[in-house]
Design a binder for this molecule. Structure first.
Ligand code: KG4
Ligand code: ZN
Length: 342
């Protein structure tokens, strides 16, 4: 079965062709980073207009790179939420048009389910059950994943997402948008123990996250630091490394606790922040020390991509699911509201 997966949930236009739910024949991503960079964040209306420009060429490229003609597609999977409404609509209506003309099945996919399943695209995929931590610009959530379509939420952020905190710190440090990779690069040569930023705990047993206090603490520190005469004693690199250490500490502690609570030995890390090498290393060490195993996808499947949507759509199409003509996009779409989740 050959599935075309389309994701236009935020600022990337992506399309992928997936064969038999396993082989990624192509995965094309057109990033809008340059467009939004000057604004320090994604501007929704500009994003939708850019998706309109990019969607047809990106799908064409995905098909030609895969060596697949439009007539060879067996189905189409498209993200219907959560995300920016104007952006999602472009993907949905393009996919609808194609599916109607080609007379092939169309299925709507939850973007979060795509991230949770993204590691299944790798050669050594994790086995169910596992605990997944999805960390991106919009989400920081823990799920007990019992099987395909079975996702029990265990904890999520009460305010900002981890990626959002990275983006905010990068903005204050004048490093542009998005901030994750730049802050990580800066942190490489910094002293992570130089400043002790707060680690929000909520309560000892809670699996909920909170990053807004950390963001504010870093912001206040930088304001004072800029005015200080002793600026040379602490470098930008030290601030980046100390901030990153605070984020990693909290993510690691709650991720491992969630695995213990769920009584599983398999951990799955996904979403844009999962590209972070320091986070991967720390989680791998901590998992190894407990006889657990950590899985994460390659960077191209961590950030938004069509391949994870094609994969999710593949098994949903096999289950007989189809998008109804009345189905619409959703800006909020908790994973527990998808069909087959419990
Ligand atoms: O999954 P994604 O591409 O889009 C969303 O669904 O949000 O994630 C993007 C987020 C951004 O906040 C970006 O700063 C963060 O992932 N990110 C990183 C790294 N690479 C991307 N955060 C930390 N370290 C990185 N290397
Ligand atoms: Zn995402």
């Amino acid at each position: 079965m050959i599935i075309l997966g389309i994701d236009t949930s935020c600022d990337d236009t992506s399309a992928s062709v997936l064969a038999d739910g396993r082989t990624v024949l192509s995965n094309i991503i057109n990033s809008q980073i340059k467009l939004h960079h000057v604004y320090g964040g994604v501007v929704p209306e500009l994003a939708s207009r850019e998706h309109i420009r990019n969607i047809a060429p990106v799908v064409d490229e995905a098909l030609s790179k895969a060596g697949i003609g439009m007539d060879q597609l067996d189905g189409i999977a498209v993200t219907i939420g959560p995300g920016l409404i104007g952006s999602l609509l472009v993907g949905l209506y393009y996919a609808k048009g194609l599916a109607i003309v080609r007379k092939i099945p169309l299925v709507g996919v939850n973007h979060l389910e795509g991230h949770v399943l993204s590691t299944l695209l790798e050669d050594d995929p994790p086995e169910f059950p596992f605990v997944a931590l999805t960390v991106s610009g919009g989400h920081t959530s823990l799920y007990h994943v019992k099987g395909l379509g079975q996702y029990a939420p265990m904890g999520q952020t009460l305010d900002d997402a981890a990626g959002e905190a990275y983006d905010k710190v990068a903005k204050i440090l004048g490093l542009g948008y998005p901030g994750g990779a730049v802050v990580e690069a800066l942190a490489l040569t910094g002293d992570k123990d130089k400043i002790r930023f707060p680690r929000a705990q909520i309560s000892p047993d809670s699996l909920a996250f909170s990053f807004s206090g950390l963001k504010t603490a870093v912001s206040m520190y930088i304001t004072k630091w800029k005015q200080s005469e002793k600026q040379s004693e602490v470098r930008k690199e030290d601030i980046a490394a100390s901030f990153q250490e605070a984020v990693i500490d909290v993510l690691a502690q709650k991720f491992l606790k969630a695995a213990e609570n769920a009584n599983v030995n398999t951990l799955v890390l996904a979403g844009g922040v999962a590209c972070n090498k320091a986070l991967r290393q720390r989680l791998t060490q901590e998992a190894d020390a407990r006889g657990m195993k950590l899985y994460y996808p390659r960077p191209a499947y961590c950030t938004d991509n069509g391949a994870m949507i094609a994969l999710t759509g593949h098994y949903r199409i096999l289950r007989g699911e189809r998008l109804d003509h009345a189905d619409d996009v959703r800006s909020r779409y908790p994973i527990e509201e998808i069909m087959g989740s419990r």
